[in-house]
Design a protein around this ligand. Structure first.
Ligand SMILES: [Zn+2]
Length: 238
């Protein structure tokens, strides 16, 4: 398994690793490393971009994926570093920080909506730039016509209060004790982790986040829509 260094700190922007395998799949040529600071796409969060550097070579990592416990770093190159090569890893910091903000904003939107409207339970997040939103399965949107205004007022308050964002690596039993909602499809090939914003309940999450809410610009809900018995809450962030 690849050791996921970003789980311990979202703001490590460089590191080192050793090539454990090279290969090719439908996405292209890739190397796996014994450890990595690059985030593989998943959990509603886009993949990091970055660079691998070894023996005078620099290769731009165009995608990072997670397959069977291993992180695959994809790049366009005929010559792959052979197994055993030590590589330097660099993260595209601007993109990572943006993904941290978008992902944390998604958690915050979910917490605020759940606290104001108890029937709402967020079941999925999508933190890509094109359509960031939180999905709540099997529930209609709140009937309160002021729902969006009330959510936005609380979002601004939480950010103004600069709530801390913390995380803990946990066993499955600990996770179940701490988190009110634990999805059935937790990954079996990754460490489990809970993320907590302020006094909101911890949630299972393996993504990257800001360290406190003052790092976020305004987070605003623009639309709450019902779709096939589910609720979609769309938000914007900077
Ligand atoms: Zn998260």
């Amino acid at each position: 398994m690849t050791q996921l260094l970003y789980l311990e700190d979202s703001y490590i922007f460089s590191g080192a690793g050793t090539v454990t395998e090279t290969g090719e799949d439908e996405r292209g040529t890739y190397v796996t490393l014994d450890q990595t600071v690059l985030y593989p796409q998943g959990g509603g969060q886009p993949a990091d971009q970055g660079e691998l550097i070894w023996d005078g070579n620099i290769a731009a990592v165009k995608f990072v994926g997670f397959v069977d416990g291993h992180v695959r770093h994809y790049f366009d190159r005929n010559q792959l570093p052979p197994t055993g090569t030590k590589v330097e890893i660099r993260v595209n910091e601007l993109l990572r920080r943006r993904n941290c903000r978008g992902h944390t904003a998604g958690h915050l939107v979910a917490h605020v909506a759940e606290s104001l409207f108890p029937r709402i339970i967020a079941t999925k997040g999508y933190h890509f730039a094109d359509d960031p939103h939180v999905e709540c399965a099997n529930v209609e949107p709140p009937s309160d016509e002021n729902a969006i205004a009330r959510i936005n007022e609380q979002l601004a308050k939480c950010i103004n209060d600069n709530m801390p964002v913390t995380s803990m690596i946990l066993s499955f039993d600990e996770l179940r004790q701490m988190c009110p909602h634990v999805p059935a499809n937790l990954p079996k090939d990754k460490p489990l982790r809970a993320v907590q914003i302020g006094d909101f309940p911890p949630v299972p999450c393996g993504g990257t986040h800001v360290k406190s809410l003052s790092e976020l610009g305004p987070v605003t809900v623009a639309k709450i829509k019902g779709k096939k018995g589910n609720t979609k809450i769309s938000y914007s962030f900077e």
